[in-house]
Ligand binder design. Structure first.
Ligand code: ASP
Ligand code: MG
Length: 417
């Protein structure tokens, strides 16, 4: 008997009718002779709605209470799905994240999983149940409720698959799989049959919202076979795995973009050892991720540097910089919004020089300035002005030979956020 973890995103369980469709799909999987663990997200836009409501009460609601609030969304889903399954005659039981054994570090809003004790889940499976687990939540050593960050239910699914030694983790969503780029922007985007963990990790980190980056990290670490597919049809989806066959001549597999970027510049900092350590140490202490860092020339013993953070962290980062101003004098700090980070990703890049140069060329032909660049072995990212995003992505997509005649894009709006 094989063990499957099936994860359904918010739009797949958006209303009771969809919930019933999902329930039928789960029962089918079980009737094929499998054991099934199900992970669900909050129904539809529940998480967003809860956040909006909290913001009506407070500009900055306390992170602990936000976790308390947001985790209710997934609790509704698991109970509803279990009710639907049992109404169809199936044997099912629902568990919150902590009941399912998810322990996390003591950070609200983006906690990492420290341990999973899946005994209860396994026992319920053995007893013949379909086990339903609430996504994106866990509990600290001290018994505090935490969440894994937006989109974190994918991580719940993959982590459970690893902990229970499942044969496969299927992520059901409202698109057919992983696309070469966002099909809402490029109508010739193609669905990929397979992609490597590393490429997927880059794409997810760089803004492709179909999979939560930590889920991919986890899948790679534990070699979990991951399939991303639609909950609205039976198409095959995209397999994410270690090694994939490289198509002849394809150096770029996918193009991602991220509008959630802001650039912060610190001007006129003394050019002495320890400056970067102080700035980025303080930001890290406040759990602010910094992405691209660029230091420009030194003049009169003073340096300027710029870095990017998530737009949503920008205000917080500016506050941190204000706080350290006493210890680290600088002339001024500026921040810039309206930017977007466009990235090309492909395992084939390593052995093909000139891939980055081609990207710069394509972007410049669109008359767009490149503000910052960062590269790794399998990706090149450019931060550009956001106003011509669609033109840039469309041009890159065809320049790297990714266009296809296949325009079949099935599904509604993206599952996330
Ligand atoms: N409901 C949470 C969110 O909307 C977690 C998830 O969907 O994965 O971010
Ligand atoms: Mg959601």
């Amino acid at each position: 008997m094989a063990l499957y973890v099936m994860k359904f995103g918010g739009s797949s369980v958006g209303d009771t009718e969809r919930m019933q469709r999902v329930a039928r799909r789960i029962i089918e999987k079980q009737q094929e002779g499998n054991q099934v663990v199900v992970v669900v997200s909050a129904m539809g836009d529940t998480t967003d709605d809860l956040i909006d409501q909290a913001k009506l009460l407070s500009k900055e609601p306390p992170a602990r209470e936000m976790d308390m609030l947001m985790t209710t969304g997934e609790q509704i889903s698991i109970a509803m799905l279990s009710i639907a399954l049992q109404a169809m005659g199936a044997q099912a039981v629902s568990y919150t994240g902590w009941q399912a054994g998810f322990r996390t570090e003591a950070v609200h809003g983006k906690a990492r999983i420290t341990d999973i004790q899946p005994e209860r889940v396994l026992k319920s499976l053995e007893a013949g149940n379909i086990v339903i687990v609430a996504g994106f939540q866990g509990m600290t050593e001290e018994g505090e409720i935490t969440t894994f960050g937006r989109g974190g239910s994918d991580t719940t699914a993959v982590a459970l698959a690893a902990a229970t030694h499942a044969d496969c983790c299927e992520i059901y969503t409202d698109v057919d799989g992983i696309y070469s780029t966002d099909p809402r922007i490029v109508k010739n985007a193609r669905k990929l049959n397979e992609i490597s963990y590393d490429e997927m990790l880059e794409l997810a980190n760089l803004g492709a919202a179909v999979l939560h980056p930590r889920a991919v990290e986890y899948a790679k670490l534990h070699q979990v076979r991951l399939v991303v597919r639609s909950s609205f049809n039976n198409n095959e989806g995209t397999v994410v795995k270690e090694e994939v066959k490289m198509e002849q001549g394809v150096v770029v597999s996918g193009i991602a973009y991220d509008k959630n970027v802001a650039r912060i510049s610190i001007l006129g900092v003394s050019h002495v050892p320890g400056v970067l350590a102080k700035v980025f140490g303080s930001l890290a202490e406040s759990k602010i991720d910094v992405d691209i860092i660029v230091q420009s020339g030194v003049q009169d013993g003073k340096a300027d540097f710029s870095f990017t953070v998530a737009l949503s962290d920008c205000d917080k980062a500016l506050k941190v910089l204000e706080q350290i101003r006493g210890a680290l004098p600088y002339d001024k700090v500026t921040s810039e919004e309206g930017l977007v980070k466009v990235s090309i990703v492909g395992a084939g890049m390593v052995s093909h020089p000139g891939v980055a140069a081609q990207m710069f060329e394509v972007i410049s032909k669109q008359g767009v300035n490149i503000v910052m660049v960062s590269t790794s072995e399998i990706k090149v990212s450019c931060v550009i002005d956001g106003s011509k995003l669609n033109e840039v992505i469309t041009a890159l997509h065809s320049a790297y030979g990714l266009d296809t005649e296949n325009t079949a894009f099935v599904g509604g709006p993206q599952d996330r956020r």
